[in-house]
Design a protein around this ligand. Structure first.
Ligand code: COA
Ligand code: MG
Length: 291
């Protein structure tokens, strides 16, 4: 999973366009991109779309439900789960307890829909409120259902009263840099994929590329998109480069050939266990992309 494209759930036209994109995942949105008046229509359109498209292996179809504070979550799940989404995105998750809560609701919905227990993965957005950000340290336990953790800047800026998440130079200010960093840490601690947030200036592809490169460097393995034009760059940057895959294979081989020691030397450079771990993670990611 490299690219996750948001598509407003009440737009048949955009859902079709999303399907034609190269996104790994569509995030079919019932939340912020759908007006209150359109919530019911979005549920109907999204579930009809899921029923029609379920056979296609790609993109995977996740649905972003409304968060728990709205009182709409259960009705969203009731409409969507019988149509067998590939996963659910939970916005405004205020701690890992919210993911545990969603997991319990999914178990019931899975049983009712005749789906295998635990078959619906969750991606949570963990920094959209000040409370969520302060609870970042609750994301410690690996949860089999979790497919990723991501962060959001726009809702957080509304919650704290910031005029903009970025300064005049376009750089995220402290609170948002903290949110980004805590997402990386929370994902690592709870052993799930860290997914970078959206880049809203969808005509600025070079700006997007720079942000993708910085994200990949820092440990993110995927990024969300809001426009189909953003997908190609995201896929490109988050696909492990063939040279990097070759180097990782060589490193794993060198450790194996040496009888799995703590440290090896290759071409005059030292490599120890953290290098091996990094190489194995890269190979696992490359292998997952080939499936
Ligand atoms: N998914 C699928 N198709 C999309 C799309 C998306 N996210 N964004 C744009 N498109 C389609 C448009 O419908 C248009 O197709 P058309 O010409 O056949 O109608 C084409 O791509 C080009 O779109 P463009 O004119 O460049 O943009 P726009 O002004 O129509 O749309 C947005 C701009 C921001 C409204 C739109 O990109 C969008 O809805 N993004 C997703 C928003 C969202 O889900 N936000 C919640 C998470 S932050
Ligand atoms: Mg939002």
């Amino acid at each position: 999973m490299r690219s996750l494209l948001f598509v407003p759930g009440d737009s048949e036209r955009k859902l079709e366009k999303g399907l034609a994109s190269a996104a790994d995942v569509l995030l079919i949105d019932l939340e912020d991109s759908v007006s209150v008046a359109r919530k019911d229509a979005a549920r109907d359109i999204a579930s009809a779309f899921l029923r029609e498209r379920r056979a296609a292996p790609r993109p995977r179809l996740f649905v972003r439900v409304n968060d728990f504070s709205t009182g709409l979550t259960d009705a969203d799940l009731a409409a969507i789960m019988p149509a067998r989404p590939d996963g659910i995105m939970l916005p405004k998750a205020n701690s890992q307890a919210d993911a545990v809560d969603l997991s319990a609701r999914l178990r019931v919905a899975e049983a009712e829909a005749g789906l295998p227990d635990g078959s619906t993965p969750i991606i949570a957005i963990m920094t959209e409120t000040a409370a969520g950000l302060l609870a970042a340290s609750t994301w410690r336990e690996p949860m089999p259902r979790m497919a990723g953790l991501t962060w959001g800047a726009e809702d957080l800026s509304a919650d704290i009263g910031a005029v903009s998440p970025r300064n005049e130079a376009g750089v995220y200010t402290d609170v948002f840099r903290l949110a980004r960093a805590l997402t990386l840490l929370a994902a690592a601690a709870s052993q799930t994929a860290p997914i970078d947030t959206v880049f809203v200036d969808f005509r600025d592809i070079e700006g997007l590329r720079r942000e993708c490169q910085a994200a990949a460097r820092d440990g993110f393995t995927a990024k969300m998109a809001i426009h189909p034009d953003q997908v190609a760059v995201i896929n490109e940057v988050f696909t492990p480069a063939p040279e990097a895959v070759d180097a990782a294979r060589a490193l794993v081989r060198a450790f194996a050939n040496a009888g799995d020691p703590g440290v090896v030397g290759i071409d005059g450079k030292m490599y120890d266990r953290p290098h091996l771990k990094r190489a194995e993670r890269l190979l696992a990611r490359a292998a997952a992309l080939e499936q």
